[in-house]
Design a protein around this ligand. Structure first.
Ligand code: DQA
Length: 148
């Protein structure tokens, strides 16, 4: 059975495709998630994709991954910059032995100052930002690497 990876997207990412396409690209979230599932399968992983605008729901999913021992690819979206609760759930997840890759479509470090801070980065196994939808695929690649 292939190893499960939870691929989580935070607030406003359901609007991908029409949301500031010059920054986030023209693919819809459904199209990104199709690519994610397909690429994961080619790497021998099984990706389960979920999106929420709700902080509590996202935290619940991070706890579920911690309990189940799943690795997580997380685009925390705006929660990245201010949600200590999401940051703490990420620290718990990694403390329980899962790996966590923080991803962003854009490169927050090259944007407004408030986007420069990440409350997730301190616990992430690694961060991939600035490659559009490919950021998600590169994260899967990192998690599938035999020595990772
Ligand atoms: C984002 C970057 C965040 O600053 C922003 O709030 C998002 C998307 C990205 O994927 O580039 O919603 O995480």
């Amino acid at each position: 059975m292939s190893r499960r990876v939870l691929v989580l997207s935070g607030p406003n990412l359901a609007a991908l495709g029409s949301r500031e396409p010059e920054i986030y690209g023209t693919l819809t979230l459904a199209q990104v998630e199709d690519r994610v599932r397909e690429y994961a399968e080619s790497l021998g992983l099984s990706a389960q994709c979920r999106q929420t605008d709700d902080e509590a729901e996202l935290i619940g999913w991070l706890h579920e991954a911690a309990r189940e021992g799943w690795d997580v690819v997380l685009n925390p979206a705006a929660f990245t910059h201010y949600s200590y609760a999401v940051g703490d759930a990420c620290a718990h997840l990694v403390g329980m032995g899962s790996r966590l890759v923080e991803v962003h479509l854009s490169n927050p470090a090259a944007r407004e100052t408030f986007r420069h801070a990440s409350v997730v980065a301190r616990s992430a196994t690694g961060t991939i930002a600035g490659f559009g939808a490919d950021s998600y695929l590169l994260a899967l690649r990192a998690l599938a690497a035999p020595d990772s």
